[in-house]
Design a binder for this molecule. Structure first.
Ligand SMILES: [Mg+2]
Ligand SMILES: [Zn+2]
Length: 370
């Protein structure tokens, strides 16, 4: 003990007292918010075509605020595909779902078109409850890449068949006709019902659906593509809330849910600013809802990103906060790097600049998967 005064003296030399007090407080707060690094649940939100300029425009359109401001960790991903600098949504989502750089058009397959297990399939096998929600058809590139394996994104009827191979517990999106009016004359809705799915369709408003306590649930929001938000589509927020509580009550092992704001991209392709802004507005509400849910839960990692930017959207010089002068340079996607926003246990992993495939690696690392 006779060396203690010297030891204390050296400690005091190394750090001044106020700094040390601050660091103790920070550690305590962090431990209260994040008692464990490993999250129980992961929610991945993908705004299709939601580059930084879409977020910027959406922020001003929304009165200079966005739910994304509530995320403490921000990163950037490089979104190029294996065969093109400008990615499409198939290669982009396959990167997140499978950790593979692949070619444009590829759904859950590698660059050599061999199938590769998705994180949703892996977690379903491990007993997690899993879900997919989109405002496109459910067989469209982004949701499809989490559950299907096909060399070409537009093989919608084949992609629908893959919903019978993985028992995703909850899914919501359009594209009913690819399930019940098919060239092979199979009725996949009946086949899903035989596998313990309660299936509801757009004939019932989402709000009026009876979502069961047990079994699985599917909702077809349209026969083909769902409407844009500004033409009356309004299920994404309700389907996301219901999905979180359904999946949370569905198993002990945690949940994996992918929610896509699909049509931000379509507004970009159409070069219609109001289409982009209203789709972002709705998606922002969903992001806020998920973030609030995760804050209450305390064991949920939330990651928000996009597959790519669409349209080369620019906010021009004469813009004001109340009146945005927006121009596009393209009716296709662009190669600009894409922001990533993370909250919750494991979120620290998402800081920095990395490939789009690293989002898959980081989700798996957070979940401590082998
Ligand atoms: Mg998409
Ligand atoms: Zn697109």
């Amino acid at each position: 003990m006779k060396y203690l005064p010297i030891y204390l003296f050296l400690v005091c030399m190394a750090c001044n007292a106020p700094k040390s007090a601050v660091s103790v407080t920070e550690t305590t707060v962090r431990e209260e918010v994040n008692p464990v690094l490993k999250p129980k649940n992961v929610v991945l939100l993908i705004g299709d075509g939601m580059g930084l300029s879409q977020i910027t425009a959406g922020n001003y359109f929304n009165g200079n605020k966005t739910a994304l401001e509530g995320f403490p960790v921000i990163g950037i991903h490089k979104c190029h595909a294996s065969n093109k600098l400008v990615t499409d949504s198939a290669a982009g989502a396959t990167a997140f779902a499978c950790g593979e750089k692949t070619y444009n058009g590829a759904i859950g397959v590698r660059a050599d078109s061999t199938p590769v297990q998705t994180i949703l399939e892996e977690l379903e096998d491990l007993g997690y409850s899993t879900g997919l929600i989109a405002t496109s058809t459910i067989v469209h590139a982004t949701p499809a890449s989490f559950i299907a394996h096909n060399e070409y994104r537009k093989n919608y009827e084949d992609i629908a068949l893959d919903f019978l191979d993985t028992e995703v517990d909850y899914f919501v999106g359009g594209g009913k006709k690819f399930f019940d009016r098919r060239e092979d004359e199979r009725n996949l809705i009946e086949e899903l019902e035989a596998r313990d799915y309660t299936v509801e369709t757009y004939l019932t408003d989402f709000k009026d659906c009876n979502i069961p306590d047990t079994g699985n649930f599917a909702y077809f929001s349209a026969d083909k593509d769902p409407l844009p938000y500004d033409q009356g589509r309004d299920y994404l927020l309700d389907a996301s809330k219901a999905g979180l509580s359904f999946l949370d009550n569905h198993g002990e092992n945690g949940l994996f849910l992918m929610i896509e704001g699909s049509q931000i991209d379509w507004g970009g392709h159409a070069n219609i600013p109001s289409y982009v802004l209203t789709e972002f507005y709705e998606f922002d509400l969903v992001i806020q809802e998920v973030l609030d849910w995760a804050k209450k839960d305390g064991e949920t990692l939330v990651v928000v990103t996009a597959d790519h930017e669409t349209g080369g959207l620019s906010i021009r010089e004469n813009s004001t906060m109340d009146s945005l002068d927006i121009e596009f340079i393209s009716t296709h996607h662009t190669a600009t790097m894409i922001p990533v926003f993370a909250y919750g246990p494991g979120s620290e992993l998402f800081a920095g600049i990395y490939e789009n495939t690293a989002i898959y690696d980081k989700m798996r690392k957070a979940l401590q998967l082998k």
